[in-house]
Design a protein around this ligand. Sequence first.
Ligand code: PLP
Length: 394
Amino acid sequence: MSSITELIHSIPVDPLTGAISVPIYQTSTFVQDAPGVNKGYDYSRSNNPTRAVLEQLIAKLEKGSTGLAFASGLAAIDCVIKLLKTGDEIVAVDDIYGGAFRLFGSVYEQFGIKVHYVDTSDTNKVFEAITAKTKLIWLETPTNPTLKISDIAAIAKIAKASNALLCVDNTFATPALQTPLVLGADIVVHSATKYLGGHSDLIAGLLVTKDPTLGAKLRFYQNACGNILGPFDSWLTIRGIETLHLRIRQHCSTALEVAEWLEQHPLVDKVYYPGLKTHPNHVIATQQAKGYGGIISFSLKEDTEAAAIELVKHTGLFKLAESLGGIKSLISHPANMTHKSIPADKRRANGVVDSLLRLSIGLEEAEDLIEDLEQAFQKTTNTKNNKVYETATF
Ligand SMILES: *Cc1c(COP(=O)(O)O)cnc(C)c1O
């Protein structure tokens, strides 16, 4: 059976009423038959039937054993770090999501957990960074915003050999394209806020483990710390996931068209998209994923902040906003938005130059998106020509 058919039919029909849509169990507590005798649910922090459907669904999609749903992607990441103790070390991807960087550095470092950041797209650098204290390797692949790809299977072997867990943030690829647990990872985390939710209408996080014992430990922390996803947002996430494969297929094909168009544009310098043969990690991207995703970054020949800001002023379909993975296309300027807190030198060294722009390709038609970008480029050159004209006349 195809994975799409399987996904659609793995969302259960309500056993109580036959409702074809998963019911929203908006309840805090459950009436018991006798003290301690219940129907599998006693209190919604510990477990809730709507959340349970979502947790089983993501475990199935990621081909793991235990799924857990949290109030945000960062809450899911936070739960994984609770596996560590003072003195433990993490080896993490250097262009990690900013919120994870803040959580590791500003919260967990004060508890004596140290993080080494390396370019994980070079497997040797991961190997070299491992010490006897390394308990966790943290990957994002593709990364944000330069879409570097790390070799999950090779790094999983290093993790195994050094008794460290491998956790992959699979937000950008989603299980429709890439299943890290199959490649040897131990834990997968998601910001379901992005592609899994898919409609820019909620904040949610998910976590899946391969090993049920590790899953039980994380479930204990989920309940002990209380960072759970509510029933309504669980339902919205299920509803988003129902169309994940279809949406991702469209995001991928449109993104490739837009990336190829950008690559030949006279005002564009570099285009970052793993589906382009010019992408440095194109080969490994093709090996470990079924597609290249919906995110594209590009820099301008005129590498200035002003040139980038001028361009985003003129896009119409591409809305200027943080986040990604929704049905409407978004454009962002990382240097001034998601990556503003990173010192300029470090930011530029990671490829996040002053003119870099990131696109989240939505579900509009490719030709409309290309037309929108083209008219924005034309307006920037018109503005520039007018400026020249104005200086000349005065
Ligand atoms: C957005 C994002 C997160 C954080 O998720 P929230 O739902 O915003 O808490 C983590 N990792 C990646 C790759 C993200 O894009």
